[in-house]
Design a protein around this ligand. Structure first.
Ligand SMILES: [Zn+2]
Length: 252
């Protein structure tokens, strides 16, 4: 009996061809965070692993744990997110979500909440009930919350009052009241957008996708999240350029 075989629950974040017939995949797992695994024969047409070694595949992965690397031997895929991959626009959002998770998740740590967030967010992208841009903003905000870098949204960062909180500072990563915002570069933020951000930060992952926003509020939220991520995460997400080609109405 092979003692080095383990079963992990996770989702394939990316897949790269290696040699003529193989692939290397990055999987976000519940139990061990991000792992990289070698998939022998994943590009041979008759291999059982052809369908498995692709982005979005979610399920249980049986892996052989070698000294330096994992090798995928079997998988029980529960969801391929086929609906999502068939719609070009939604697929790009999905690829961005995977890239975002790849950036934030670590190796050798439990990533149960992040995996749940990714799964729920991809489900929301598939659903006709939600605007993809809403799902994106919610996903981004909850992801940075899980990463421990959420903006401070519940009281004024200077005087700690909880009234008239209508000024958001990207640089200070939080909210200010009208009295304290002086000399700070802030964006005016509506109550509705602030409530939305408070909800996303404090709510459990399971209950995130339960609301809709007006176009006006969604534009404001998108704008704030875009500026926040540009400032605090100095990383160029390749898949983001494609989704961001459309124009915002909100000017700050
Ligand atoms: Zn204040």
């Amino acid at each position: 009996m092979q003692t080095n075989n383990i079963v992990l629950t996770g989702m394939v974040l990316s897949a790269m061809p290696v040699g003529d017939y193989d692939k290397r995949v990055t999987i976000l797992t519940k139990e061990r965070g991000k792992i990289t695994a070698f998939v022998r024969g994943a590009r041979r047409p008759n291999s059982q692993l052809v369908a498995v070694a692709n982005p979005f595949c979610f399920g249980e992965f049986e892996l052989y744990e070698g000294r330096n690397a994992y090798t995928l031997s079997k998988a029980n895929v529960k969801n391929y997110f086929r609906e999502l991959t068939l719609d070009v626009s939604s697929a790009y959002f999905g690829f961005y979500f995977l890239e975002f998770a790849n950036y934030f998740c670590q190796e050798n740590t439990e990533e149960k909440e992040f995996l749940k967030l990714l799964y729920q967010s991809l489900r929301a992208l598939e659903s006709p009930h939600f605007d993809n841009n809403l799902v994106k903003a919610v996903y981004e905000l909850k992801a940075i919350t899980l990463a421990g870098i959420a903006p401070s949204m519940f009281s004024c960062m200077r005087c700690h009052k909880t009234e008239n909180l209508n000024y958001f500072s990207i640089e200070r990563s939080g909210i200010f009241c009208g009295n304290c915002k002086k000399e700070l570069k802030t964006y005016k933020i509506s109550d509705a957008t602030r409530y939305t951000m408070q909800f996303v930060i404090s709510q459990s992952v399971e209950k995130l996708y339960t609301f809709k926003l007006s176009d006006e509020i969604l534009d404001e939220l998108r704008y704030i999240m875009k500026k926040f991520i540009e400032y605090h995460i100095q990383h160029k997400f390749k898949s983001l350029e494609i989704i961001e080609q459309d124009v915002y109405n909100y000017k700050g």
